[in-house]
Write a protein that binds this ligand. Sequence first.
Ligand code: FES
Length: 290
Amino acid sequence: MMGVRMNPEDIFRLVDKHNGRHGCIVSILEDIQAEYNFLPRRALRIVASRTGRSLVDIYALATFYRSFSLKPKGRHMVSVCMGTACHVRRSPDVLDGFEQHLGIGAGETTRDREFSLSTVNCLGACALGPVTVIDGEYYRNVRSGDVGRILEHACRDENILKMTEDEQVFSVNVSCPHCNRSLMDHEHRLDDYPMVRVTVSFRRKHGWVRLSSLYGDYRIESEYEITPGAVVQFFCPSCHAELRSGRLCTTCDAPMIILFVRGGGTVQFCSRRGCKEHMLDLVDEEDMRS
Ligand code: FES
């Protein structure tokens, strides 16, 4: 692995840029991750001393959010789905193809730090398997023979096996990031997919809310009407922990809500009714085990 050049002055600058803002440590770590594609340990020590927080606290945040990595990552992230449906449609051959082309195994990064290769579990788009995700773009029906062309085009931001708009609607199976219990409500379905059930609190009202589990779909059912624009607190119905992520919405500054995705990773969405900010972060199965 090539060494990573890190200028402490750059870290000072990032820390000072966020100082004093609510949830600033997560924002600082996000900026460092964006700059280096991972969180260098030396940078974490600087963040701790510059903010007066303990190194243990900083590590707790850095390891809690699955979108952060303590290992160097490549400029392009390739994730091959190894869930059952993709597996029976020969995703191991696809993984093999990527390993051979890149000269690395799953969980590794190329020496030039251009590509990181990982495996994930079911992403909910099983009918389109084998599925591969590169830099957040979904590739459908991937064959091992497609791998060279896919990589070549991905470097130019072109997806040659793009999903159609209809196909991009897939269900996300989520659980509580605190107790890990499933939040899927199989008795209540929307478009034939189980909904996500949470409890909420807003303007002194408490009740249940069911969210569509389709990624990017904002339909909800709720015990009480939620006024557009209201910022809502979300809780796990099992352990009652608040599902706030620590990040603020980049569109409206309201707290973001975080849920674990069963296949590996997290989904986050804005807590303000009507705001459409959301993001899906996938993680390597190996990282989840470590
Ligand atoms: S098994 Fe790959 S998307 Fe479901």
